[in-house]
Design a protein around this ligand. Structure first.
Ligand SMILES: *Cc1c(COP(=O)(O)O)cnc(C)c1O
Length: 468
């Protein structure tokens, strides 16, 4: 007579009393351990249901091990460091710019204890946290004043609300941009309570179009950088200086949302037409807005710089309180800005600039070593090839312009590209490849040289062949 196979299954409380499971209870919350035990017993039950005969003498140890693995998966942070092998240096889904060491240190110091966030140490009086970034930004941008908020989207809403609520803002139809899905200029405008006055056409907006749209209802002219697209062919837009002149003739303000806001000369790497906040103010913009975590290479923030009177009005807006920076971001932003006082130092220490500055020769050499180490392992990879490619910087910057790079193309006879990519993403540490033309690419442009060994280890582990 055959015994009921489900009878073999241990009870949850029984498994919980096993010494190896008791050991887990010392490291993990009891609830999570119990849940892992339940789920693994359920998995065994499912195997029996499918007709499998369990050999309990070997199954017990395997069960304990699987509970351990399941707990390791369940009891870890959801936000984890990954290796960015997409080549895209400013990948919004991967947190955009990595911080410089001095910025990381400043964040840790600020996080760990107390800081003079809103206290003047000389007088003992209350001060404004905005004075901290204002100090460095006014110096770097030669601006009358400056402030910073949560991100550039917040900066835009706040500026429009403080300066144009209930009034009209003139924007060219060629600049009604959408950036990263959740930033659509007409919606941002609506959120701020200002009304949009569109002028011109997609490709052509003349100074006259702006001039004719000005009414007593107009508060300001907004110019928005086409951060993630270009309009080519028969196109025209007035220069910033022309727009500034027009605005000021009519007693209006000109606000320039430049998106990225490089404080470094990106033409060094062959990039064109990236607006500089310094230039924008010099050409007559009353305020310039840009992100902290795009080409600046700092933390997520929205920087507002320009006329003192306008910055004061913005800081008095009740929304400022909701959008202000916390001490950790302020610390990171201040440390990043200080690096730019000396551009050579910024180039050495801002990770974004360091990665941009890697030579092709260096990337080729690293790629050859990585490819060699990957070929040396037994894996499901049947094709490992080093090739040259080009990649965008990303993050809503430098549209249609690319950097030369070196990639390692991977293929497997036994895994589809999607399966291969998923294995890489779920490895430890996760590796995020670029998928392009049906190939899984590891692009070293965005991988720090000191991560090469970890990259190889993760890929080998993710693609280990079953026989290995
Ligand atoms: C990226 C971008 C924004 C949004 O900036 P976040 O810092 O991501 O909020 C707004 N305007 C322009 C022109 C941009 O390029």
């Amino acid at each position: 007579m055959t015994q009921n196979p489900y009878r073999q299954l241990p009870a949850v409380h029984e498994v919980l009393s096993w010494p190896e499971v008791q050991a887990l209870l010392r490291e993990h919350v009891a609830d999570l351990v119990t849940e892992a035990v339940r789920q693994e017993i359920a998995a065994l039950r499912a195997r029996i249901r499918q007709g499998e005969a369990l050999h309990w003498d070997t199954e017990r140890a395997a069960l304990a091990l699987r509970i351990h693995h399941r707990l390791q998966q369940a009891d870890r942070p959801l936000l984890r460091p990954v290796i960015n092998a997409t080549g895209i240096l400013l990948h919004t889904n991967l947190g955009r710019a990595p911080l410089a060491a001095s910025a990381v240190e400043a964040v840790c110091e600020a996080a760990r204890g107390y800081v003079n966030l809103e206290m003047d140490l000389v007088t003992g009086e209350r001060s404004s946290r905005q004075d901290i970034v204002r100090h460095w930004l006014t110096r770097l941008l030669r601006a009358e004043s400056a402030t910073a908020v949560n991100n550039n989207a917040a900066a835009t809403v706040l500026v429009l609300r403080a300066l144009a609520q209930g009034r009209e803002v003139i924007v060219s139809r060629g600049e009604l941009v959408e950036i990263g899905g959740s930033f659509r200029l007409p919606e941002i405008m609506q959120a701020s309570g200002a009304s949009l006055r569109e002028v011109g056409t997609t490709n052509i907006t003349r100074l006259q179009d702006y001039a004719q749209a000005i009414t007593p209802q107009t508060a300001l002219i907004l110019r928005v950088h086409r951060s993630n697209f270009v309009i080519r062919g028969h196109t025209h837009k007035p220069s910033l200086a022309e727009l500034a002149q027009l605005a000021h003739q009519h007693g209006l303000w000109l606000i320039d949302d430049i998106g990225s806001g490089a404080l470094f000369d990106y033409s060094r790497w062959g990039f064109r037409e990236e607006p500089s906040p310094l230039e924008s103010l010099q050409l007559g913009a009353d305020l310039v807005l840009f992100s902290g975590d795009k080409l600046l290479g700092g933390p997520q923030a929205g920087i507002i710089a320009g006329r003192r009177e306008l910055v004061q009005r913005i800081e008095r807006d009740p929304l400022m309180r909701a959008l202000r920076l916390d001490k950790m971001t302020l610390a990171a932003l201040e440390a990043t800005l200080r690096l730019y006082l000396d551009p050579e130092r910024a180039l050495r220490e801002v990770p974004l600039l360091r990665l941009l500055n890697q030579s092709l020769e260096e990337l080729r050499r690293r790629a050859r070593t990585v490819a060699h180490d990957l070929r040396a392992g037994t894996t499901l990879l049947t094709h490992i090839e080093v090739r040259e490619d080009r990649v965008a910087v990303g993050g809503g910057s430098l549209p249609e312009q690319t950097l030369p790079t070196v990639v390692i193309a991977l293929k497997s006879d036994q895994l589809s590209d999607a399966q291969l990519a998923q294995r890489l993403r779920t490895a430890q540490p996760p590796v995020i490849p670029r998928i392009q033309d049906g190939l899984v690419l590891l692009d070293l442009r965005s991988v720090f040289p000191e991560q090469d060994a970890a990259l190889v280890k993760s890929v080998l582990c993710a693609c280990r062949s079953p026989s290995d």
